[in-house]
Design a protein around this ligand. Structure first.
Ligand code: SF4
Length: 332
């Protein structure tokens, strides 16, 4: 039997136990098998009946039978059940995306803060194609602060809004030189005073360059936490506060990566791949996207040869000497 979103604490416990016993075998494969089960949402009640994969760690390839879902409004979910469901979603995503990490390339906090500022209104891929030339020419805040703006604009042109971004990265470089001795400060209050740096950018830097817990409320994060009914807030600061209250601080940075990776690879804005989603049994929004397992699989953004989102060759900086994911740069 499944673990429908919005279920009782007792049901949650039972399902969690079952999931634990099946977890090791199921998650190595990365993608999930679909069976049949009952889950419901307010939206599902209004829409046509839908079916969800049997277990959170099932293999989509093995999809066979499906079953009409029964109604169960998530509105009935208690606070305790919400916390348990939210944490279980995070655990499931941690198994699907064991190497989730910031997808911007960087070697030090300065590069990360610049790359994050440049990532506004464009893709991380585009930024990663642009920053090597930028950092080769201007490797330090001093270099970038003293650069010719027109030359920086030319390098940044592919990222869009290149004039404003040039102003921001040169301005923040200047502020780093003048106020922080050319070093990126490791405190939120100081980071948000830098030109072009808001709370989202600051938390990316704190979490990934300084090992300090932070929640990154980007567009994917906002969309997914509302789909999961973890919050109804639309203001990023309020979302950050409400989601932060559901998890221990130590989980915040990894949680952000898991949610963002899931949003980029499976739970897309317009066409979520519900029929191939590893956390469908825990999701009140199941049915918003394609529920047919085979059709949903085509919506996944795979990386060559791997399961959704898994990076087959994680950057060396992300692995420790034993080949395991290493702590964030600057941690410890
Ligand atoms: S893909 Fe569908 S089932 Fe999965 S999290 Fe997104 S909306 Fe929910």
């Amino acid at each position: 039997m499944k673990t429908p979103a919005g279920k009782t604490a007792a049901g949650e416990k039972t399902a969690a136990k079952k999931a634990t016993t099946k977890k090791a075998a199921a998650t190595k494969a990365g993608t999930k098998k679909a069976g049949a089960t009952s889950v419901t949402t307010k939206k599902a009640i209004k829409k046509k009946p839908v079916a969800v994969p049997e277990k959170a760690t099932a293999d989509v390839k093995g999809a066979s039978g499906v079953k009409t879902v029964a109604a169960k409004p998530p509105a009935a979910e208690s606070r305790t059940a919400l916390v348990r469901r939210a944490r279980r979603i995070n655990r499931e995503l941690a198994e699907v995306f064991p190497y989730a990490h910031p997808e911007l390339d960087f070697d030090n906090p300065f590069q990360l803060v610049v790359a994050t500022v440049l990532s506004a209104q464009t893709t991380d891929l585009r930024v990663n194609q642009t920053t090597p030339a930028l950092f080769a020419k201007y490797p330090t805040p001093e270099d970038l602060a003293a650069a010719n703006p027109e030359e920086v604009e030319e390098i940044l042109r592919p990222t869009g809004f290149f004039r404003a971004k040039t102003k921001s990265v040169m301005g923040l470089s200047k502020a780093l030189v003048e106020n922080y001795g050319g070093e990126v400060p490791g405190r939120l209050e100081e980071l948000v005073k830098l030109p072009g740096v808001g709370r989202k950018t600051a938390f990316v830097v704190l979490g990934n360059a300084f090992g300090r817990p932070g929640i990154t409320v980007d567009t994917h994060f906002q969309r997914l936490v509302r789909r999961w009914q973890w919050t109804e807030q639309t203001d990023p600061d309020k979302i950050e506060a409400e989601i932060g209250a559901l998890f221990p601080k130590s989980d915040w940075t990894d949680l952000s990566h898991h949610v963002i990776w899931h949003g980029r690879r499976i739970c897309h804005a317009r066409k979520p791949a519900c029929g191939a989603c590893p956390i469908a049994p825990l999701c009140p929004a199941y049915g918003e996207g394609e529920t047919d397992p085979e059709k949903a699989k085509k919506l996944l953004k795979y990386e060559k040869g791997g399961f959704p989102g898994q990076r087959l060759n994680p950057p060396k900086s992300y692995l420790d000497a034993g080949g395991k994911p290493a702590p964030p740069l600057g941690a410890g």
